[in-house]
Design a protein around this ligand. Structure first.
Ligand SMILES: C[S@@+](CC[C@H](N)C(=O)[O-])C[C@H]1O[C@@H](n2cnc3c(N)ncnc32)[C@H](O)[C@@H]1O
Length: 319
């Protein structure tokens, strides 16, 4: 089972995205002893992303699986210790680029709430610069004061946004908010970025400098439990926009349903960016054949398939 999961992850997530992680995941698949070691972890801690980041944190070098295998075994206790005390809190600033085509359409001033915010890097879509590669060429958009973060994304089926959102208040909720000013947390966030992805690491550090200077409100708690209290802090006369990326997958089906109910009752604009099977009512509206990626939906209606790390925004027909 674990071996099969690693193979599926290699083929769906890593192939063409990280050669090294593809090699590691397929290596594990064919290695019964390693699968047994991984199965010593509780099932919620066996994901390749977490195990590989923990291995790197424990000092396993970035070499082929065959070369790295003995290091995995020698450092297994340390790897387990890290996996058990950490979570996949990857904070991917590039996801702002796939939110932007929708965010830019919303009339401001905006009160922006992210649930599952990790370190809050995606709470600053108005402070970053963008390069959208579209069918009509490259379109750039940047704050007047410039930005250390430049995000590149392919945009298909939609005109590039012409303005940045007018965000006047921002807050995040996370089970374990990470503080970018803490070098240990920043190192973990850096380790969660896949090995070859130097541009992602560069933008992580650049965005961390923006967040460290702005210190957004990050509330520790479960998104369902903390929601009402945090929303109550949003200023009057703003449009409340609630968004999340790669978060609801960590919730039970009933907790997801409860969150959807809260969103429907809140009157907020709701932007979700989750895997295809995470929200059944969104999945039911998708065309029969859609490419790999996550689903960007507005108020429960799917509008685009987007790259899991924000690499592309492909508008769905009629969106
Ligand atoms: C994969 S990270 C994604 C972070 C961020 N949304 C992004 O796109 O960069 C998932 C985050 O969701 C948080 N999370 C998971 N379950 C949660 C819950 N029930 N309530 C609040 N946060 C949760 C985790 O702690 C983690 O930081």
């Amino acid at each position: 089972m674990t071996g099969e999961k690693y193979l599926a992850w290699a083929q769906v997530e890593a192939q063409g995205v990280s050669d090294l992680y593809f090699d590691w995941a397929t290596g594990v698949t064919a290695d019964e002893d390693m699968v047994k070691l991984i199965e010593e972890l509780p099932s919620s801690k066996r994901q390749p992303n977490l195990v590989f980041a923990s291995a790197r944190m424990a000092g396993v070098p970035l070499v082929t699986y065959q070369e790295a295998r003995s290091e995995f075994v020698a450092r297994w206790d340390a790897i387990c210790g890290i996996a058990l005390t950490h979570a996949t809190q990857t904070n991917e600033v590039r996801r702002c680029a796939v939110l932007l085509p929708e965010l830019a359409k919303i009339r401001g001033p905006i009160a922006l709430l992210e649930v599952g915010a990790s370190a809050g890097l995606c709470l600053f879509p108005d402070k970053y610069a963008y390069r959208f590669t579209t069918e009509s060429g490259v379109h750039e958009l940047a704050p007047a004061e410039g930005s250390p973060v430049v995000i590149e994304t392919e945009l298909r089926g939609r005109a590039a946004p012409k303005r940045l959102p007018d965000v006047v208040w921002r807050a995040g909720i996370d089970l374990n908010p990470l503080d970018v000013a803490d070098p240990v947390s920043l190192h973990w966030l850096e380790t969660l970025v896949w090995p070859e992805h130097d541009e992602r690491r560069r933008n992580l550090h650049a965005a961390a400098s923006v967040v460290a200077a702005e210190r957004p409100l990050l509330v520790a708690g479960d998104l369902n439990e903390a929601f009402t209290e945090v929303v109550a802090q949003a200023p009057a006369d703003t449009t409340l926009v609630v968004f999340h990326s790669a978060v609801l997958v960590y919730l039970s089906p009933s907790a997801r349903e409860s969150f959807v109910g809260k969103m429907r009752a809140s009157g907020a604009v709701w932007i979700s960016n989750e895997g295809k099977s995470v929200l059944p009512e969104v999945a039911a509206q998708l065309p029969a054949a859609v490419e790999n990626g996550t689903v960007l939906a507005i108020n429960g209606t799917p509008v685009a398939i987007v790259g899991p790390h924000g690499q592309f925004f492909h508008a769905l027909p009629d969106s």
